[in-house]
Write a protein that binds this ligand. Structure first.
Ligand code: ZN
Length: 264
């Protein structure tokens, strides 16, 4: 597993936080063919359909908590009312894995890892989810996935004509899924996702203090011992303190009261 973490897109696995259980399965890399494919050969609808296939691959190859699992029930509770994002229907699942992460996909699938849920309060999780959905709303996720399709597994299949859906192998889908899980976004995109994520929460009746609170937790983790890799990755993203300041000032200005931090 690569050492992720990034701001809210990907929190690095914090060593041995959890008892041993499954690690997130991303499949194995495949070598790419050499044929050039123009971006225009993939429609938005096809990108969405392919992203859906990649999500289904991840759902099949990782342990998904069932409907009665306390993780699922908690996620359902805190995401209640989050039904769609700009017309894209949302669906939420928990992966029972030791990695600490969460991501949202262009097809509206949101996946939260159980180990992230162990670290965060409901408000903090909502902030992460709002931010990730912000990337979907601004089409960053689609752009990243499309780039991955063009750069790797999909290239040969595309060049053979007739579209991509249903044509990729299991390992190719696994390879592509990494671009959904570990997307690297620019600082501009991160800021946009913060703003749009904030607005998404407000629109859906959630307290947008969640955004600032999620960043506070991120800052707290960032300061933790052994995570020099995490700090390094953070430095390439918008300054965490500045993000906390911006989001908390906005929530205050908009008249929201900061929720109490419940003892977990
Ligand atoms: Zn992000």
């Amino acid at each position: 597993m690569r050492k992720i973490l990034y701001s809210l897109c990907a929190f690095v696995a914090l060593g041995s936080v959890q008892p041993v259980c499954a690690q997130f399965n991303l499949g194995k890399a495949v070598s790419a063919g050499a044929k050039a494919v123009k971006a225009t050969q993939i429609s938005d609808a096809e990108v969405a359909a392919m992203a859906r296939e990649s999500v289904q691959w991840m759902d099949t190859h990782n342990k998904v908590c069932d409907a009665n699992d306390p993780y699922t029930q908690r996620l359902n509770r805190l995401t209640e009312g989050l039904v769609e994002a700009d017309g894209i229907p949302l669906n939420f699942k928990v992966y029972d894995v030791i990695d600490v992460n969460a991501f949202a996909c262009p097809d509206g699938s949101v996946r939260v890892f159980s180990s992230l849920m162990d670290l965060m309060t409901d408000d903090e999780l909502l902030g992460v989810i709002g931010h990730e959905i912000g990337h979907v709303l601004k089409h960053h996720s689609k752009k990243a996935y499309k780039a991955a399709l063009l750069a790797s597994a999909g290239r040969d299949a595309l060049s053979s004509g007739g579209g991509l859906v249903g044509k990729l192998s299991d390992s190719q889908l696994g390879d592509l899924s990494e671009s959904l899980v570990n997307s690297k976004f620019s600082q501009k995109e991160e800021k946009e996702a913060d703003d749009v994520g904030y607005e998404f929460l407000v629109k859906n009746g959630k307290n947008p203090w969640a955004m600032a609170m999620a960043f506070e937790k991120m800052q707290e983790l960032e300061g933790g011992a052994k995570q020099s890799a995490m700090a390094k990755m953070f430095s390439s993203h918008p300054d965490t303190a500045a993000r906390i300041k911006k989001m908390s000032e906005r929530a205050t200005k908009d008249g929201y009261t900061r929720p109490a931090d419940p003892a977990k």
